[in-house]
Design a protein. Structure first.
Length: 139
């Protein structure tokens, strides 16, 4: 690996560590705010990375970063989910259809719908898990 690439990866890791210290800020009145989801996760070479960034009343938000060609093989979620892309392109297969998900697009999957996700290029995805039975901890 070239020294330039090592330096770039070290800078990215430092930025990701700093971002990991940022938490979604709970505002008065039940609003939670996260300034920039893109700062919280980076694409790693030949890997898929995930990170939960918010747990709230009836919702959990997980970020995924995929290098090109990385995938989540067929699986299901116990609750309905929303999939969105911060950047890149993903191929999502579910319910007998295959779609290309790009920034600005949104997919809703019902509970227990088998699906798979493949990165067509380096990509970052937002997974929102919707569970009305889940309540945020009170503190």
């Amino acid at each position: 690996m070239s020294s330039e690439r090592q330096a770039s990866e070290a800078q990215r890791a430092a930025a990701q560590q700093e971002a990991a210290q940022q938490e979604a800020v709970q505002q008065p009145g039940g609003m939670t705010y996260q300034a920039d989801l893109g700062e919280l996760i980076a694409v790693a070479p030949e890997a898929t990375v995930s990170r939960t960034v918010l747990r709230g009343d009836g919702v959990r938000v997980v970020l995924f970063a995929f290098d090109a060609g990385q995938e989540l093989t067929e699986h299901t979620a116990a609750v309905p989910v929303l999939l969105g892309v911060l950047d890149g392109r993903l191929e999502v297969a579910a319910a007998g259809s295959v779609v290309e998900l790009v920034p600005g697009g949104l997919i809703h999957l019902g509970a227990r719908v088998p699906h798979e996700v493949r990165a067509m290029e380096p990509s970052r995805m937002v997974l929102t898990m919707l569970d009305p039975r889940q309540h945020a901890p009170t503190g």
